[in-house]
Structures are given as structure tokens and as C-alpha cells.
Design a protein. Sequence first.
Length: 393
Amino acid sequence: MVAHETALALIQLGAVFFGLGLLGRLAARIGMSPIPLYLIGGLVFGTGGLVELDHIDEFIHLASEIGVVLLLLLLGLEYSASELVTGMRRSWAAGVVDLVLNATPGVLVALWLGWGVTGAVAMAGVTYISSSGIVAKVLNDLGRLGNRETPTILSILVFEDLVMAGYLPVLTAVLAGIGFLAGLQSVGIALAAVTVVLVVALRYGRYVSMIVDSDIREIFLLKLLGAALLIAGVASALQVSAAVGAFLLGIAISGSTAHNAAKLLEPLRDLFAALFFVLFGLSTDPSSIPPVLGWAVALAVVTTAAKLFTGWWAARRAGASRNGRARAGAALVAHGEFSIVIAGLAVAAGAVPAEFAALATTYVLLMAVLGPIAARVVEPLLRTFSPPARVSA
């Protein structure tokens, strides 16, 4: 009996991995992020889908938790402490505009649908944060990394990531329903941890890097992954959020160690993150999507306009051209992995209704597809609808 269940689990897991590989290849062929296809794959094999997976739930759940840790760890590895501080100083005004314009629609829709404060706080994060992974890929694919507006885009993304470091503990406290004072304590611990890590990274980052570094890849991987999981687990035990712990570890690692760690962990990140997106799709009943489709489309329209305005305004302040302002706004449209991380935390806690997962899934599907398209077509559209230049006599 046990051997039979093991065989079924291996067959199902092999089918999932192979199917994800095919979906990833399809996404690469058509030049889009694979995240929407992974979510659709989860919908197909989850509750209410065509086929239900019965023997690999525990593995996918644990693998998805590791996926979240690796996503945030690699996000932290992208920035040094000095870059974060500089980015915050440069982009705080645009970051505040971005936060207000894009979190507010999520809050209003959640309150209108009767999901209360918990749903409102969670939905605010879903509609607020852009996908830094999709944005970076689009900028690289379109050859815009050296453009004048790109530092502005990256500064806004840095601000969003720092907001997440404070937001995730707040969300964790709200989802756990641990009360106002306990929630303040959780947020205080998180802010203190962020401050300490930034100070340590600025002054002693090379020592942190030396601890995890190794010339032998196997040892390097074991120490790096072990440290990430340990710190994520401790952070989770303190009600701070495992994701924040992993993000802070990434910030503390700097220089060539961070570069080598990112190269080493990227394949693992992509593998486990894919399982995370599949798990979220598995937990969403496809039949619950049609009732919230109109809300998802409305949120997509409003937040797309908000991201376009944010990028345009910020790039204009930085002295970018009209085309550069349009490119900056369009680059920020895409939502993806971190919106699903936030929604996944809310769904796993059982603190939101089933419709929340359906709305978040549909919204991210729309935005993950719309973002790369907007980045590609914004300049042709601007030229089409712009008045012709006057020729002086």
C-alpha cells in the first residue's frame, strides 16, 4: 500500500514538474512571464479543476514555503544596504504616491465586498506592489537598462521592497488576530531588525559574507540555504514573517558573495517558486472566478492608470523625456510573485473568504500579462496619439 502511494506521488510530482517545464517553454516562446501559466496550471489540477492531485499536497506545501523564502532572499541579494538607503532618499516622494494610489483601490474593493479590515490590509498589498522580477526581465529584454528613466524605476521598486519589510509583519499580525498591542510589538521587532541589519550590512557586511562564502559550491549552497531557512524560521516564530527574515539576510550579504549566491540560487528559486504559484492555483476553485472577474478587471484598469501616472510623474521629476516618462510608467504595471505571496499568506491563515483567492489570482493573471504588453506598446501608442510636431517656417 505504501509503495503504491509512493509510486502515485512520484508520478503526480513528475507530471507537475514536466508540465511546468512545458508551460515555461511556452511562456518563453511568446515573450511573457510564466507566472500566469503556472497559476492556470494550478487551477487545472486543483479543487474544482479537471484533475485533483491527492498524494503530493504536503510536499508542494513545504516546497512553496521554501519558494517564498528563496524569492525574498534573492530580492535582498539584489540590493546592498547603501543602495537601499540611497534609493529611499531619492524616491521617497514617488514611493509615497505609488503607495497611496495603488494600495487604496485594493482597500476600497475589499471593504465594499465585506471582507473587513483583514481583507482590506491583504488586498492593499496585492494591488500595491509591482513585480520586480517581471520588470527587470522586461527592461533587460527591451534593452532599456541603460535608459535615463531606469534609475527612477529601480528606485521606486526599492521603495516598494522596503515597504514590504514593514508591511509583511503588519499583515502577519492582522491575519493571526493577535491584537493591537501584540501587533505593535511584532511591527516594532521587524523595524528594529531592519534597522540592525542595515547598520550591520553597512559596517560589517563583509564579515556576514565571509561566514556564508565558500570556494566549494556544495558547501556554499548548504551554508547559504541553511542560513536562509534558519533565519526565516526564527523570524516566523517571532511573528515577523519568514519572508522578511530571508529578505534581511539577502541585504546583509554583499559584494561578490551576493553575486555568486544569486547565480547559484536562481535555478532553485525558479523551481520552488513555480511550485508556490501552482499551490496558490490549487487552492483556488475556478468556479469562484467568474463572480469576481468584473472586480478584477476594474482593479486592473485603475491600478494600471495609477502605475502609469506614478512612473510618468517620478520620471518627469528626474528630467526624463516624454517617451522616458511613458516607459517608466508602463514598466511598473506588472504584478506577479509578491502579490501572490501576500495573497498566499492570507489564504493559508484562513482569515479571508474563498473569493479573495479568486480575485487575487484573476487580478495577477491580468496584470502579469498586461505589464509586459504595456512596456512594449507604450511608445508606439504615444507616437500614434501625439500631435505632430510643428515645423517652423
